[in-house]
Ligand binder design. Sequence first.
Ligand SMILES: Nc1ncnc2c1ncn2[C@@H]1O[C@H](COP(=O)(O)OP(=O)(O)OP(=O)(O)O)[C@@H](O)[C@H]1O
Ligand SMILES: [Mg+2]
Length: 159
Amino acid sequence: MTTAIYPGSFDPVTMGHLDIIRRSARIFSHVYVAVAQNPHKKPDFSLEQRRDYLLKVTRDLDNVEVITIDGLLVEAAQKRNARIIIKGLRAMTDFEYEFQMALMNKKLGNDVETLFMATSTKYSFLSSSLVKEVARLGGCIDGLVPEEVREDILAQLRR
Ligand SMILES: Nc1ncnc2c1ncn2[C@@H]1O[C@H](COP(=O)(O)OP(=O)(O)OP(=O)(O)O)[C@@H](O)[C@H]1O
Ligand SMILES: [Mg+2]
């Protein structure tokens, strides 16, 4: 019985995120999807919106729980008995930063391990930033974000 935590800004959730969530839910007994306030990022979607979209798209996954966190990820993990942090890896460009974060988190909480999950090939080009850019320019985001939240995302970005 292992509990894992998958953190991100999810601004907004993409099919790449959902893919990592679904695959993690098959491996771990419980998965917290943690919507984080990243101090380096100014989000386009509010914390509540980001959480609500995730709730909608993970409704069918019984062992997935969406939470919001601020403060240290390691502390949020320890508080919930999550011993695994899941990070998705798309390309080498993700690696350097995530590797540094993994080592720092290990230093902060030796009992919490970071595991990297490779992207599915079909989502390897996908990021929230790119989805937002395409949507704002009037491009089609079908298949890039979960169907249930696509219209809400488009409405918010094209306001
Ligand atoms: N397409 C994807 N495939 C696999 N992992 C992904 C994908 N997109 C994001 N991730 C992973 O999901 C986690 C949360 O990412 P984050 O919220 O930064 O999303 P993002 O798509 O990278 O958004 P942004 O463009 O705002 O950085 C990170 O571990 C990230 O590596
Ligand atoms: Mg990112």
